[in-house]
Design a binder for this molecule. Structure first.
Ligand code: OGA
Ligand code: MN
Length: 218
């Protein structure tokens, strides 16, 4: 027994399956999207919500619409959220909690599914009452690097369906379009294939908070 001890120093740490990540992989494989509740703990969510509010109060958010007035009107008719990109090189402690989990997930996806996720980008989003994001797809015409879209919701624990702001995924069920309605409950994440799934955010009745991002290749 004692003889065996030194060898143990060189034993590789065995690969441990993570049931939540496996669920995401299985869901995306079978229907191109995954919804996981309590992916982030309510503590992490409340730290991130505070971070969002702090930055919003510092007036660092931009309307997701910039440009000339005409442009602004057009964009306002498409989306009304205010966003702030997160710089992973300048994170605060709340964002560190966020990226710890994100980077763990990305490492797992790359290791188990060879997804080749090399880049990622995230922004906070605040939808004031009355705003929405019309049906769209997350990839730009000349840029197909966005592979997976990721949303996590930072609303308070008392969020109710009547608050609006549902995410609707438009799915293809053997040629028949179906709608998957997803309420933005705190801690919940939604991951879906960026290049395939059309979606929209319904008008919000109560300010709606989230972080949205993309896992990208190359
Ligand atoms: C987006 C988006 C969905 C959501 O920002 O592109 O579609 O539920 N967000 O916030
Ligand atoms: Mn989108």
């Amino acid at each position: 027994m004692i003889d065996a001890m030194p060898n143990q120093l060189f034993v590789e740490i065995p690969f441990v399956e993570n049931p939540i990540y496996e669920q995401i992989i299985q869901d995306i494989g079978s229907h191109k999207f995954s919804i996981i509740d309590h992916f982030f703990s309510s503590e992490t969510v409340s730290h991130l919500r505070k971070s969002l509010f702090d930055k919003h109060e510092e007036d660092r958010f931009k309307k997701a619409a910039i440009g000339n007035r005409v442009n602004e009107l057009i964009i306002k008719s498409i989306r009304g959220d205010h966003i702030l990109w997160i710089d992973e090189a300048k994170t605060n402690p709340a964002e560190d909690l966020f990226f710890d989990q994100i980077n763990d997930l990305v490492a797992y996806l790359n290791r188990t599914c060879f997804m080749g996720i090399l880049n990622k980008e995230f922004h906070y989003a605040l939808y004031p009452k009355g705003t929405f994001y019309k049906r769209h797809i997350d990839t730009f015409q000349n840029d197909d690097r966005r592979k997976l879209s990721f949303v996590c919701y930072l609303n308070t624990e008392d969020w109710k369906p009547e608050n609006g702001g549902e995410l609707v995924l438009y799915l293809d069920d053997n040629g028949v379009e179906t709608e998957k309605i997803i309420y933005p409950f705190p801690g919940r994440i939604v991951v879906f294939e960026s290049q395939i799934i059309e979606h929209e955010v319904k008008p919000v009745e109560t300010e709606r908070l989230s972080i949205t991002g993309w896992f990208k290749t190359r």
